[in-house]
Design a protein around this ligand. Sequence first.
Ligand SMILES: Cc1ncc(COP(=O)(O)O)c(C=O)c1O
Length: 356
Amino acid sequence: MSNLDLIQLVKEKVQLLKAYRVENIDCEIKLHANENSFPPPPEILKQFEEVFKSTELNRYPDPDCGSLKQTLAKRLDVAPENLAIGNGSDELIQILLQVFCDPGETVGFPDPTFAMYSIIAQGMGLKSQTHPLDDQWDFKAEPFLETMEASQARIAFLSYPNNPTGNCFSAREVQKVIENFSGIVVLDEAYHDFAGKSFLSELPKHNNLIILRSLSKIGLAALRVGYAVADPIIIDQIDKVRLPYNSSTLSQKLTERLLNHFAPVQKQLDALIKERDRMIRELSKFKSFKVFPSDANFVLFRVKQDSDALFKQLMESGILIRDLSSHPRLKNCLRVTIGTPGENKAFLEKMSHIIK
Ligand SMILES: Cc1ncc(COP(=O)(O)O)c(C=O)c1O
């Protein structure tokens, strides 16, 4: 029998980490994870059934995701050589840190932003350099670049739109960062379908630019599919550290079917964008709320009440949203993912009930 002090065997950097916990509470209405709240439309489910019938589950996946890359390449008007597929874009963030950073080196990003940049960095023994966003959750390129260059950041991550604030940063300032940063600029466009803005067209002009996208926000969160668009030299380096079968056959094939039959999905996204704008209008009617603009499929708002109590009251009535108040800049801030019209109605009604 062995009874070692297991924690002593764990790397100190890992000991110091706090796991990224997503509330997985079994609420009837889940508006906490920025997923597409609509299930796949019937036309798509039919496509999926065909895939299930024809997939050889006893065989390994295509390690190069060749067919999916062809489909994506056509859609994005890039070459398949510009693409890397990840097990979610989270995995690509981790791989990029492996490719570009040695332990002790620095990665940078505005603050507040997507928590995984710093969590993954910390787990790999990297330092994080943040640059505070202003009160509109925006930044100016010059001071941002100064912060990045002074800390010798190897990569600057820009979430565009930014999670959790919801806005796209000023395009002019982002452009200046892309043009002037001496390291790698990752434009994380996980919410691109809700924003209609992108820096993809800048790719041929700037070989240090990497665009990240995700299928999680448009209906396939369960399949874990994200992709990077970048210079083929970068893609080759990603392929050196990527595990050979990081994307399952079902993930590859179902994603391809979804992308090749996108019209019903686009209808869902259009409906969510309309609902987002309605959600902003409706939440703004609460006098004690400050609602922030959003280009994404979620809305951030600050409440005068105790956000923790509000969050719990909603949860107890079966509605799960995200309480962000542990972040010093996000005191009493809540984030709600845009749901189906019925879910949004239930959320707003419950909110009215609680606030009265
Ligand atoms: C800005 C941003 N980037 C990346 C991700 C990760 O997405 P994926 O599900 O593709 O790993 C998220 C998920 O919430 C996100 O908000």
